[in-house]
Structures are given as structure tokens and as C-alpha cells.
Design a binder for this molecule. Sequence first.
Ligand code: PLP
Length: 393
Amino acid sequence: MNADEIMEVESAHTSGLYGKQPIIFVRGLGASLFDINDVEYIDCNSGHGVANLGHAHPKVAAAIALQSTRLITLFETFYNDQRATLMKIMGPLVPGLPRVFFCNSGTESVEAAIKFARISTGRPGIVATMRAFHGRTYGALSATYNKKYREGFEPLVPGYSHIPYNNVEALEKAIDENTAAFIVEAVQGEGGVYTIDAEYIQVARRVCDEKGALLILDEVQSGFGRTGRMFAFQHFGITPDLLCCAKSIAGGLPMGAVLIGARVQNLGPGVHGSTFGGNPLSCAAAAAALTAIIEEDLPKQAEEKGKYFADKIRQINSPLIREVRGMGLMIGIELKQKVMPTLRALQERHILALNAGLTVIRLLPPLVITYDQIDRVVAELEIVLNQSPESEK
Ligand SMILES: *Cc1c(COP(=O)(O)O)cnc(C)c1O
């Protein structure tokens, strides 16, 4: 199909759920994406934080190719070499969370964690935070805060409440004998790139312990090196009871996981499950991806490159920037105006970036992005943030 045909067919048959951009990407390499005319773009989206290892990582590609010729599907009632290999790699990454439930996406990992918390504690209450994003299926959507995702889908799941993020007092009040779990992101991505305070997460750990509630951390976006540690919570010296992962876990293949601590009980056969969960193909991809993340020390790369990147952005002289914040290679640039025109202008200059709400530019580049590429992104940002304000498109 030529470019016109591709866009025509997709436009005719798309669900309509996505605001489409008029670019056709056909391949990627490292932190670059190439369109159908082989024009290169620097990818600071990573598919919303999926491509931590960059695109077309040779070790992930080789693992997928090989495993696809051996065994793609196997229900978790049977043992499998690839699944065991993956579990063995994951074990030491997060001491204190020795068990794992595999699923296929971020929202599924949140669904599972919430079900585990309720079955484990026998309590209904789920406390979440304002600005939170946890996914779009009903259990996860009920924990998500923004009206934009919730409106029109009520009634949502009962038993949920939302408290202000990083507010210790509200937290201490909200968690009680009815609370099954407190669910929180270590860095709110979708919500505007807000980092959790060390004190807040430590108090959350203590209050959950005191009240017999479980602490669920959603690291679907912040996990696997992005913030400068394998997981963002490792900056703060605590361990959650349930850790939700997905996005970059399998080098781009769909996969989710919940890591499970000792206090989580009552997970017997049949309590929960997933047809595709823990399939050998995704496990082989994840084993290769995690091995590469460890070998290439991507957490350290994210820490160093993130500091370099954010410092350079802070040096940009533009009246439009209100604040630069984030952790590692999860960077938010809050503007004094709406960001969509800026993102479109960047895209025209072959830089892909995301929004986080109306006024925040969110940069989630592959952790393998080069310093040259970072410099290029900063140079284009500087140009775009100094153009005369464009009319809203
Ligand atoms: C993306 C995301 C989800 C949902 O993941 P899906 O794979 O899209 O279902 C949940 N929580 C956080 C923090 C996310 O960034």
C-alpha cells in the first residue's frame, strides 16, 4: 500500500478513539523512528514509556524470533523454561516481592492488584490520589481521577476514594480499618509529571502497616530504569506490598505483571487468572529485555542523561516555561500556556513528545537516547519555545 492508501484505510476503519497524526511510521532504531519516506524522527514518546530499550533492540528481536519458532502459547498451569528464566531474573530486582502474576497490560496489572488487595484483606476500600492515572478498565478506571476518562462510564466500581497527592495529613485520615489498599504512582505521568515526596511514601508505608492495609505502587510508566533506579520506589527505601508493572517490561511486546509481597494472602488456584498471561513468547522477550536493561545499566544511564537533559532544558531562555521537573528520563516541562501547538511545532521539526494534561510537555525518550540526540531535542525545543505564539490548531 502507498501512503495515501494506508491513511485512507486506517481512517475508514479506525474505532475513532485516537486523535491521529498524519505520519506513517514503518520502522525504528534506538531512539529514532523512520516514516514511510525514511525521514527520521527522535522519539521522546517511546509509545508512552514502552520502548525504554529503544526500538529494534537486537537481543529482544532475536529472543522473539527464536521463541516464536519454539512455543508461543502455554497456560500457566504448566511449567515453562522461558517463564522460569524470567522469574529468576526478576527475583533479585525487587527483594521482598518474591511472587509474580503475569498479565498483558498496565490496566490488567492494576485490576489484579486491586482484586488481590480485596481478597487478601477482606476489606472493600481503595484509596487513590487526585490526578492519578491507573488505566481504563473498570477497576483501574475507578482509581483514575480525571473526569475526562470517567465521565459517561458511570456507575464505576464502589469503594474508591481520592485524596490529594503528597498530602500527608489527608493520607493519615483516609486510611482506616475499611481500607484494602492505598494505590499510588511513584511519579504521576499522565497527571503532569509530579514526583512523590520521600516523606509521603514513607508515611504511606507506615500508615498502611498500622491499619492493616496494603500499599500498591503503580510503576507501569516509571518502572524498569526510567527514573534512575530499576523502580522509582527504590529511591525512597520502602517496599510496596504489590507492584504494578507493564509498558517496557517485555521490550515492546504486550505484557503486564504484579509483583507480590509476603503480606498478600489468599491467592489460591482459580482466584484470578489470564489466558495469555505468562505466555512463553512474552516471557522470552521480557527475559531478554530485562537482561539488556541490567547489562547496559539503563537505570544509571537514565539518571545521568536525565540530569543532563533537564539541566539543558532549564537553560533554555524562554518566557513560556513555568517549571521543569521529573525524575531521570521522565521529564515534564510546564508551560504558561497550552502545549498542543508546541507539540505540533516540535513534530514538524521531527521531534515526538507527549503532553501530560493541558500545559505540560512530557518527555519519555528511550533510555538509550544518545547525548547528540538530547542536544538536538533541546535545540528544537529552544526554537519552538521562542516562536511567536501560534494560533491554536
Ligand atoms: C499506561 C499506564 C497504565 C495503563 O496501562 P495500559 O497498558 O495502557 O493498560 C496504568 N498506569 C500507569 C501509571 C500508566 O502509565
